[in-house]
Design a binder for this molecule. Sequence first.
Ligand code: TXA
Ligand code: MG
Length: 325
Amino acid sequence: MSRDSTEKDTRILRANAAAIADAGEVLRAGGLAAFPTETVYGLGARADDPHAVAALYAAKGRPSFNPLIAHVASLAAAKRLGSFPDAALNLADKFWPGPLTIVVKATSNESVCELARAGLDTVAVRVPSHEVARALLAAVDFAIVAPSANRSGHVSPTTAQHVADDLGGKLDIILDGGPSQGGIESTIVDFSGGTPRLLRSGGIARNEIENFTGPLAAANKDEVSAPGMMASHYAPKAKLRLDASGANASEAYLAFGPIPAAAQDAKKIMNLSSGGNLTEAAANLYAYLRALDASSVEGIAIAPIPGEGLGEAIRDRLARAAAPK
Ligand code: TXA
Ligand code: MG
């Protein structure tokens, strides 16, 4: 790909203390720094700087009607951004730091700028648990908005190399903290309305959340602002075939559990989890989709994944990855 004059020199740095301090400086000055979280890598910008946020949308090619998640160091910092009802506080207490994003009414128009909220009167907030993300948040005195650090619509990144492959030349620093352990984005629960709604299934399974909130209402399918509502998302180039009990010779097979005889002819086989473990499958999902896509197969046939626990989020992402573009 040819470099144009607007390209940046992207530095990939091992995420030690000096590199984290550098990334904090880059963000403070309005630049873009990618960092690991326990779910996927995020592309960070300071949340209170509309110019930095505009550059972030441009770097990802993300439509600016799709709002961003503000990352903060603590519940105390989160409370400065929005108004948390008791039920939201209970959930935050239980799952933060961790892969949970909470949507509440925004109480500050500046801390997370209007552009980052896509003009909504709500704000999505999360306290990540990854130690590099925590150190970065501790080094700055603003919230960091961070969508997944992929080209808009593409598969989310779980390594620094994935970020470089998608966005190299478009950001200043990539902090390399090794592969993300969770592998699937945060669960998003919306408390801005009355009853809590599940806007996106993710790294914390629905039943774990419902233990605290009671039954979660579904997201409104017509709402553009609701996350992941765009049908085609998380998409590789190859055509995906879901719930496939086998594969033909022009396809790759992404297995879950024992590999069926009907998949033996596949061009390439990878196994999300040979023991049928959903946590392991979530952690491998995006890296394996990228790897199979890079092996230039026409299609990827994917084994049936059970829908319980983390399987709900895995199936959701696969359905979006398979949707017509
Ligand atoms: O695990 C994660 O959440 C990762 C890491 C980097 O933290 N981030 C992530 O960000 O997945 P992103 O931008 O790829 O997805 C955020 C989703 C979007 O689908 C967006 O529509 C939704 O959050 N969102 C953000 N603010 C919202 C709001 N105020 N109301 C409803 N949805 C919101
Ligand atoms: Mg994303």
